[in-house]
Design a protein around this ligand. Structure first.
Ligand code: PLP
Length: 374
């Protein structure tokens, strides 16, 4: 049975070149980057070259890239320090953020009694910018936290536009760019943003490593204390093989971006065409022009199919997702879809199908065939 992986918004396969780079570093470059001898200096040089390479692709300076263990850590650090150290009293966010942001903000609200305002989400899953502007008219030290590409429905925020609005109102701007970084151009000289975060396993790098972009002179303070790594902002010996793998993965992502984006967009269009033929009553959750690597669809099946659909597809070797990965396997509806769909539609099966350049049209044919057999 051919196995079909269409869950690339959850995680991606590591590129062979990345594995090669990581094994080389593990085998040969095991020094501690903080050591002053030649082993340490060699490791330090790999660390700093990785940082420079990442910064170059984002048009930032290397000092503005801080390595972390994952996207979740980077989000937690930025939001917590913004409240604790930058004295942010109010955060504007949306109810369709990833839990790495939503649950962090809830915890901060309990601990620091900050004000949290949720910007309106339109029925198609887009952020209502007019509502954002209205919310910004209050005079409190504020941070706006809005994700770039939604991980469940693929809606895209205009980072540059929101960045300009935030600048105009003199508030801080953080964006969870875990789903977009490595998959679309991000120019940090053009986008007025204070903080963004990335996770290597979303762009064909290893799991357990990510980074934060922290604009120069932000005033952010560490949440971990210990060594002087990452200029004292993130203590702990750097996972050099992970970081080198992440830099290599990002380099390949941006070098191949145009070709892979065109290829993946064609796959997505092919899926939409096949769904129109086989399930004409299907609906897209989100917008038709959402991010090119994913499609969230409401299938015209009865409610009793909802609980079993993933299991059924899995039995046929097909991996897709219902909302975000952490909720798969539970019947609890996705908090993102809950913001957009009627109670009736929420009970029906919705699937998130997400692609990478490793997918083929045959994968989509197999998915369609499997769906027809349900
Ligand atoms: N933010 C978004 C939008 C995500 O999709 C994910 C991963 O699912 C995360 C944050 C968490 O990233 P990590 O797995 O690196 O902690």
């Amino acid at each position: 049975m051919k196995k079909v992986y269409l869950d690339n918004a959850s995680t991606t396969a590591i590129r062979p070149e990345v594995i090669q780079e990581m094994t080389k570093v593990m085998r040969e470059d095991f020094g501690n980057p903080s050591s002053t001898h030649s082993f340490g200096r060699n490791a330090k040089s790999i660390l700093e070259l990785s940082r420079k390479s990442i910064a170059k692709h984002l048009n930032s300076t290397a000092q503005e890239i801080i390595f972390t263990s994952c996207g979740t850590e980077a989000n937690n650090w930025i939001l917590r320090s913004a409240v604790k150290d930058l004295k942010v009293k109010r955060i504007i966010t949306s109810k369709i953020e990833h839990h790495a942001v939503l649950y962090t903000l809830m915890a901060l609200q309990r601990e620091f009694e900050i004000q949290i305002d949720y910007v309106a989400v339109k029925p198609n899953g887009e952020i209502d910018i007019t509502d954002l502007v209205e919310l910004l008219s209050q005079e409190t030290k504020t941070l706006v936290s809005l994700m770039h590409v939604n991980n469940e429905i693929g809606t895209v925020l205009d980072l540059e536009r929101v960045g300009r609005i935030c600048k105009q109102y003199n508030v801080l701007f953080h964006s969870d760019t875990v789903q977009s970084l490595g998959k679309t151009e991000i120019d940090l000289q053009a986008i007025p943003i204070d903080f963004l975060v990335a996770s290597a396993h979303k762009f064909h790098g290893p799991k357990g490593v990510g980074f934060a972009f922290v604009r120069k002179n932000s005033g952010l303070q560490p949440i971990f204390y210990g060594g002087e790594q990452e200029k004292g902002l993130r203590a702990g010996t750097e996972a050099l093989h992970q970081i080198a793998g992440m830099a290599k993965a990002l380099d390949h992502s941006y070098t191949n971006l145009e070709t892979e984006r065109t290829y993946i967009s064609e796959l997505k269009n092919y899926l939409i065409t096949q769904l129109e033929i086989e399930f004409p009553a299907f609906a897209i959750n989100g917008t038709i022009d959402g991010f090119y690597n994913m499609l969230n669809v409401l299938l015209p099946f009865s409610e009793d199919k909802t609980a079993m659909i993933l299991f059924h597809l899995d039995m046929k070797g097909i991996a897709v997702s219902r909302g975000s990965a952490c909720q798969s396997g539970t019947i609890k509806p996705s908090h993102v879809l809950a913001e957009m769909l009627s109670n009736e539609d929420l009970k029906k099966p919705s699937l998130r199908i997400s692609f990478s350049h490793y997918n083929t049209k045959e994968d989509i044919d197999l998915l369609i065939e499997a769906l027809k057999s349900i």
